[in-house]
Structure formats: structure tokens, C-alpha cells
Design a protein around this ligand. Structure first.
Ligand SMILES: Nc1nc2c(ncn2[C@@H]2O[C@H](COP(=O)(O)OP(=O)(O)OP(=O)(O)O)[C@@H](O)[C@H]2O)c(=O)[nH]1
Length: 614
């Protein structure tokens, strides 16, 4: 099994990677966070509760900034690593990886400077942690996170909002189920009013992950003691309370050495009539060991969950990155290539719609099979070939002398008039197919996943395809109308040659001559013209679809974006870049996901390396 050092060290390394790669937790769903999944010990306490003193005594060194007002304004991740006895103590910051601090007053200055570097003169707080590692033979392996102290009032020079901001930041840590809360309370204050205990009770009601620390035991009024608290009767926690005696202000002023202070603390408990029986479980050294052991066991228990969380998140991030697509290339050649690839992807989907791989093509057939025949049937030939109109047109064509045999001119005029009606359905078919094609372009753009990232290119493709379809429509109209005109230019002679013979079959010549100007005569003309027009209608029902497919559908399949390709080929580098100007939010998201993925992968490598070194 991995050793204690390697487990706490492992989490330290992952925490450092989190900070380097921008995972400070608290993202609230925007990005997965590993930071919050890692077990950590967080120090919480009210103002002047003795928080800094406890941390310094655990380390055995003076190194935290002091001063009035809210001094701690960024989380301090304090990573303690035990080294072999005799080796020199030193400190290192994550943000200054090459620099070893052996003078701990310089550490204090650096914490201050680094705090200001992010929060500036404004004295605001920031959630970006400072990582400090201390290597010393006098520490146990332990990581503690020091947060700004809970406070009720901002002092001069600090914004009013800071009180609330601190509470929000502290809460964001202690709320997480992986957080071990080190709740500091001064013994000379009523436990019921302790800020840290109030907060801990709220977020950890069962007290499973709260360690109560009672400071300032030496400052209690004579004749009182804290036995009821320390033995868990005043406020019950799952873990035993630990009492502490830190250096007093006077000791600090006198520069009392921390190692000496630790010895004094041991003596205090050993010789105390009140706490003597608890002496083995009191003091800052004991607290450090207790926490180290607990943190190690929590990490050990959590590793399998963390590993599966890491693997799951890597899958999710990779899936999202795939969905977002690769970043756009920087040089013009690659950009042109990308644009053409994207156009082809669109074109493929568009063709699939026409060829039956996707719905849409059948709607065009619907026009030819239903709408066109229905429109042809509805043409007002009954009115045009009514007895009255036939008589009128024939008589007008005859002029001053009525026709002798067949009313040649009358026939022609009636037929011309009728054929004119075919222009409507011919144009309507072209338009209907045009709109279907246009709609399929819109649909295909929406269905081209690769294009999703590029709103500008989408607009351009749509415009280019729209223009092309417009040209095909023009051509479709010209061609179908020409079919109609051709019918008028030259009539099918055979049809009329057959007519007199059929008429003669019905009776003798004399009878025919007799009813030349009767209603029957005009009715027969009407019916002859009607069957001729019916024959033409049958022809156009077949040839209009051929023209429409030839001019519009086939062209759309063959050359929808040809014109666009030529234009794109002539574009300058910056114009190409403009076509590929991705949605900035999407670019940002890709960057974030890439960094987060890097974090999770490095965490996975760290965990793997520990498992190997068993
Ligand atoms: N006598 C005695 N004094 C203590 C003890 N713990 C802390 N003090 C003193 O209490 C004062 C505040 O201690 P700090 O450790 O600075 O407390 P803090 O919670 O970090 O304070 P802020 O960060 O300023 O809110 C200092 O003067 C310490 O010397 C203790 O156990 N005994």
C-alpha cells in the first residue's frame, strides 16, 4: 500500500496542479472541479480566535503576516512535509518554484506581496490560493488551508462587502463533504457564541468532519476551566476536542521561540490540575499528528471515488471537446482547406436530403405527383370552351365571312387561348421546388455539426446557396415556359387529320353541312379543342417535371456552391479568418475544457504513479 507521505503528497501535487490550471472550485457547474473533490483540512475561526497562532505552532515557525484588519485575503494552502532530522528547514511557494526560503520572515513578506499582487490595493479578497510548502524535520505530513477569518466588521480601508465575501468564501469550502473543518474557538469566550462552531454546526450537523480546537486555555478566569468542552459535554463532536495554549501577545512581542513555546505548552498540560488527565491528548503537536492521521485515512478511503470521478470527467471533457471541434488553424492555406471541408460536409448532407438518405426529396416528387396534376385539372377550360365562348371566338376569327369547311382560325385562337393557361402551373412548379430546395439548404446547414461553431460561414453558405438557387429558378422558369410556348408554335397535325373522318362516321355530308352553324357544330369544336388541350396537358404533366429537375434539382446537386468556391478561392487571409470567426464564447469554452482536461489527466498520472510505487 502507498505510504502516508505519498498519499498526502499525492493530494498536494494534485492541489498544486489545480491552482496552476485554474481550478479553485466554486465554478458552480460551468466546469467540473477536481479541487472540491480532494479532501482538505480547512482552518476556520473568528477574529483573534488564535487561528494564526495554531497554524504557526503546528509548523513550529513564525511565518504568517500580522497586522490590523483582515490580513488573510486569499486562501493559503499550507503543505507540510516532514524531512529527515538534521536537514535544514525551508519553504517554497508554488508561484516561485526556484526559490528556497530559509528565513521565515521573508516568507511572511512574500505572502503579503503575493496577496496584494492579485487583490491589489483594494484590499478585496480573492479565491485564488497561495501554495506554500514547508519542508522540515519538525513537522508532520499535513496540508491545511488557512482562510480569511470570519469577521463582523470591515476596518477602515476595506470595502463593506468584504464581510459577506469572506463568509461566502469560507462557506464554499466548509460546505463540501470532503472538507475537514478545523474550528478554532477561544476558551475565554462562550462556546455558544463561537463563529466557527456556529458555521460548523450548520454545514456538518453530525460533527463527523469537524475538529474542535480550544485556544487560550491559559487565559480563562481563575477558578473556571474548559473540562466540559474538552470532554465533549458542552458541544458534542465525533472527534475529540483538542485544547491549545499558544504564545501570548507578550510572548510574541518578546520573540519567544516557537520550539520553546511548544515545550511550555506541554508543561502547561502536564502540570495542570484541571487538564493533567488529558495531557496526552492536548497541545498543538498532538493536534498536528491527529489531523495528519485523519487526513491520510480520509484520502485513502476517497482514492477509489476520486479515481473514478477523474476517469468519468476525462471522458466527459473529451466528448465535449470533440463536440466543440479542433481549434481553427492560423495560416490561410489551412483555413481555406477548413472552409472547403465544411462546405463539403454541408453539401453531403444537402445531397442526402435529395437522394433519400434524409427526408425532403420526396416533397419534390409530391409536387410532380399531386400539386402539378391538380393545378392542371383546375385550369378553367370549361369556361374557355363554353358554347358561348367558342361561338364568340370562332365568329370573331371568321370576320365578315363565316367559315366554309373547318374554322381553321377559330380553332387556332381557341387553342392558343387555352395553352396560355399552362404558364401558371409551369411557373408554380418551378417556385414550389425552389422553396423546397431553399428549405433543404436551411435544414442541411442546421444539421451540419461541423458548421455549428461558425455562425459567419453559415450565413455565407446560406446566402451563396440562395443565390445559386435563384439562378436555377430563373433557368427553370425559362425552360418550362418555353415548353408551353413550343406547344403553341406548332400544333400536332395528326390530331386534326383524324377529326373529319371521325365526324363523317356519325352521319352523311348533307347533315353535316346542315348543322354547320348550329349549336352541335360549336359544341363539337369545343370538344375537339378540349381533347387537344387534354393531350397537351398530358404531355406537359410529364415534361414540366423533367425541365424542373434538369434545371433546378440536378443543378443544385451538381453545382450549388461552385460559384462560392471560386469566390472563396480569391479571398485574402484576413477575409478567410473572418469566415471562420468562431463564436468567442465557444473558443473560450474550448480553452477552458482543454486546460481542465490537462488537469484531470495529470491527476490521473499522479494517482497511477502512487499505485505503481506500492
Ligand atoms: N495567552 C494566549 N494568547 C493567545 C493564545 N492564542 C492566541 N493568543 C493571542 O491572541 C491574539 C490573536 O491571536 P492570532 O493567532 O493572531 O489570532 P487570529 O485568529 O489569527 O487573529 P486574526 O487573524 O487577526 O483574526 C494574539 O495576540 C495571540 O498572542 C493562547 O492560547 N494564549
Amino acid at each position: 500500500m502507498a505510504t502516508m507521505e505519498s498519499l498526502i503528497g499525492l493530494v498536494n501535487r494534485i492541489q498544486r496542479a489545480c491552482t496552476v490550471l485554474g481550478d479553485h472550485g466554486g465554478d458552480h457547474g460551468a466546469l467540473p472541479t477536481l479541487w472540491e473533490a480532494l479532501p482538505s483540512v480547512v482552518v476556520v475561526g473568528g477574529q483573534s480566535s488564535g487561528k494564526s497562532s495554531v497554524l504557526e505552532s503546528i509548523v513550529g515557525r513564525d511565518f504568517l503576516p500580522r497586522g490590523s484588519g483582515i490580513v488573510t485575503r486569499r486562501p493559503l494552502v499550507l503543505q507540510l512535509q516532514k524531512t529527515e532530522s538534521g536537514l535544514q528547514e525551508y519553504a517554497e511557494f508554488l508561484h516561485l518554484p526556484k526559490k528556497r526560503f530559509t528565513d521565515f520572515s521573508m516568507v511572511r513578506n512574500e505572502i503579503q506581496d503575493e496577496t496584494d499582487r492579485l487583490t491589489g490595493k483594494s484590499k478585496q479578497i480573492s479565491p485564488v490560493p497561495i501554495h506554500l510548502s514547508i519542508y522540515s524535520p519538525n513537522v508532520v505530513n499535513l496540508t491545511l488551508i488557512d482562510l480569511p477569518g470570519l469577521t463582523k466588521v470591515a476596518v477602515e480601508g476595506q470595502p463593506e462587502s468584504i464581510v459577506r465575501d469572506i463568509e461566502i468564501m469560507v462557506r464554499s469550502y466548509v460546505e463540501k463533504p470532503n472538507c475537514i473543518i478545523l474550528a478554532i474557538t477561544p476558551a475565554n469566550q462562550d462556546i455558544a457564541t463561537s463563529d466557527s462552531i456556529k458555521l460548523a454546526r450548520e454545514v456538518d450537523p453530525s460533527g463527523e468532519r469537524t475538529f474542535g480546537v480550544l485556544t487560550k486555555l491559559d487565559l480563562m478566569d481563575k477558578g473556571t476551566n474548559a473540562i466540559d468542552v474538552l470532554e465533549g459535554r458542552s458541544y458534542r463532536l465525533q472527534h475529540p476536542w483538542v485544547g491549545i495554549v499558544n504564545r501570548s501577545q507578550a510572548d510574541i512581542n518578546k520573540n519567544v521561540d516557537m520550539i520553546f513555546a511548544r515545550r511550555k505548552e506541554r508543561e502547561f498540560f502536564a502540570t495542570s490540575p484541571d487538564y493533567g488527565h488529558l495531557a496526552g491528548k492536548m497541545g498543538s503537536e498532538y493536534l498536528a499528528k491527529l489531523l495528519s492521521k485523519h487526513l491520510e485515512s480520509v484520502i485513502r478511503a476517497r482514492i477509489p471515488d476520486i479515481t473514478s470521478l477523474i476517469n468519468k470527467t476525462i471522458d466527459e471533457l473529451e466528448a465535449e471537446l470533440n463536440h466543440l471541434g479542433r481549434p481553427v488553424a492560423a495560416d490561410a492555406g489551412a483555413q481555406l482547406y477548413t472552409i472547403l471541408e465544411l462546405c463539403r460536409a454541408f453539401d453531403r448532407i444537402f445531397k442526402e436530403h435529395l437522394e433519400g438518405g434524409r427526408p425532403g426529396g420526396a416533397r419534390i416528387y409530391g409536387i410532380f405527383d399531386n400539386q402539378l396534376p391538380a393545378a392542371l385539372r383546375k385550369l378553367p377550360f370549361d369556361r374557355h370552351l363554353s358554347l358561348q365562348n367558342v361561338k364568340k371566338v370562332v365568329s370573331e376569327a371568321d370576320g365578315y365571312q363565316p367559315h366554309l369547311i373547318a374554322p381553321e382560325q377559330g380553332y387556332r385562337r381557341l387553342i392558343d387561348g387555352a395553352l396560355n393557361y399552362f404558364r401558371g402551373p409551369a411557373e408554380a412548379s418551378v417556385d414550389a421546388v425552389h422553396y423546397i430546395l431553399k428549405d433543404l439548404v436551411r435544414k442541411s446547414i442546421g444539421e451540419t455539426q461541423e458548421l455549428k461553431r461558425f455562425p459567419t460561414l453559415q450565413v455565407e453558405i446560406r446566402a451563396a446557396a440562395g443565390e445559386a438557387l435563384e439562378r436555377f429558378r430563373e433557368d427553370g422558369k425559362k425552360t418550362t415556359l418555353r415548353l408551353v410556348d413550343m406547344e403553341s408554335s406548332y400544333l400536332t397535325v395528326d390530331f386534326f387529320r383524324r377529326l373529319p373522318q371521325e365526324a363523317e362516321k356519325g352521319g352523311n355530308q348533307a347533315a353535316n353541312a346542315a348543322d354547320r352553324y348550329t349549336e352541335g357544330h360549336y359544341r363539337r369544336i369545343g370538344s375537339n379543342v378540349s381533347s387537344y388541350v387534354g393531350m397537351v396537358s398530358e404531355t406537359l404533366r410529364n415534361t414540366i417535371p423533367k425541365a424542373v429537375v434538369h434545371c433546378q434539382v440536378r443543378e443544385a446537386k451538381r453545382s450549388l456552391l461552385d460559384h462560392f468556391y471560386t469566390q472563396v478561392g480569391k479571398k485574402e487571409a484576413n477575409q478567410l479568418a473572418q469566415l471562420l470567426d468562431e463564436d468567442p464564447a465557444q473558443m473560450e469554452r474550448r480553452q477552458q475544457c482543454t486546460r481542465r482536461l490537462e488537469l484531470y489527466k495529470s491527476a490521473r498520472d499522479e494517482i497511477d504513479s502512487v499505485s505503481w510505487s506500492r
